[in-house]
Design a protein around this ligand. Structure first.
Ligand SMILES: NC(=O)c1ccc[n+]([C@@H]2O[C@H](COP(=O)([O-])OP(=O)(O)OC[C@H]3O[C@@H](n4cnc5c(N)ncnc54)[C@H](O)[C@@H]3O)[C@@H](O)[C@H]2O)c1
Length: 277
């Protein structure tokens, strides 16, 4: 989509971090924004900032793991803002722990937000974009959708699935000669509130191993000292939408680990630890 001015972007996870930055980056392009999240106070802050940039904005409390709430978010955006053109399925949470440690409730929570959230976003919005033969869907995955770092099996599973869904969606649209574009966003560490995901956990956390506690401290440090800001990632997203580019890899240094994974697969050897390369 070359011309974004006057069009509408719907963004989930818009109350914080990457979602807020994407919404405001689209507002700077002259777009209007539909903002969805479970954090009402954060949504209001994003809405205020978007209005200050001259955008029309609506906020809606939406738990992306719930099909009917994502459908209602789409309906609100269409009726109050008159259309939707760019959809950012971005809401996400992160939990850590060895593959056997996560509780059933944790698996259900993270799959619900990170994977079902994107599935519902595609299911709810894609038919509308296809019918108007204009639009772009941006799904937020992670580098953890392209490599599999240890200690985050729940997160990796959801993000690999988001990459697979996005690639397949791209093929399905190309097969039908649709003008609708797709991008999958795969950042590494970006300073946001992702390491405070437990603020949204709907059930108490199970007891953590000492390895998990240590890994949480390491991840907090790595995310906080990420060199690329959420605003820079959002700029990369806007550019990808305009250029109709599929993969958005904001941290090129990670490409060595992706290449190593591909080589290990093709050579049929055991995967190397991407964090030790
Ligand atoms: N920050 C990073 O280092 C990084 C790296 C790779 C990928 N990501 C991905 O970026 C996306 C955005 O995360 P962020 O880093 O901005 O973190 P963040 O915690 O700052 O923002 C996430 C937002 O999602 C919202 N959210 C949580 N559960 C929700 C639900 N059920 N329904 C609707 N909204 C919900 C939160 O309220 C929050 O506003 C996530 O998908 C995350 O996995 C982040």
């Amino acid at each position: 989509m070359k011309n974004l001015k006057g069009k509408v972007a719907a963004v989930t996870g818009a109350a914080s971090g990457l979602g807020r930055s994407m919404a405001l980056a689209f507002a700077r392009e002259g777009m209007h924004v539909a903002l969805g999240d479970v954090d009402d106070a954060g949504l209001k802050e994003t809405e205020k900032a978007a209005r200050e940039l001259g955008a029309q904005a609506l906020t809606q409390r939406v738990d992306v793991s719930k099909a009917e709430q994502v459908d209602a978010f789409r309906d609100q955006a269409l009726s109050k803002l008159g259309g939707v053109h760019v959809v950012c399925n971005n809401a996400g949470v992160s939990t850590l722990g060895a593959a056997w440690e996560a509780s059933v409730a944790d698996w259900q929570w993270i799959l619900g937000v990170n994977l079902w959230g994107v599935i519902h976003g595609v299911r709810a919005f894609a038919p509308h974009l296809i019918a108007q033969n204009e639009g772009h869907i941006v799904n937020t995955a992670s580098v953890s959708g392209l490599i599999s770092p240890p200690g985050s099996s729940t997160y990796n599973v959801t993000k690999h699935a988001v990459v697979a869904l996005s690639e397949t969606l791209h093929h399905d649209l190309r097969e039908r000669s649709s003008a609708v574009g797709v991008s999958v966003l795969c950042p590494a560490y970006v300073p946001t509130r992702i390491t405070e995901s437990e603020r949204n956990r709907p059930h108490p956390a199970s007891e953590k191993s000492k390895e998990t506690i240590a890994r949480e401290a390491m991840l907090k440090k790595a995310v906080a000292s990420g060199k690329i800001s959420a605003d820079q990632v959002a700029q990369a997203v806007v550019a990808a939408v305009k250029e109709n580019r599929f993969y958005i890899l904001t941290h090129p240094r990670i490409k060595g680990a992706i290449q190593a994974r591909m080589e290990d697969i093709l050579q049929e050897r055991a995967p190397r630890n991407p964090m030790a390369l």
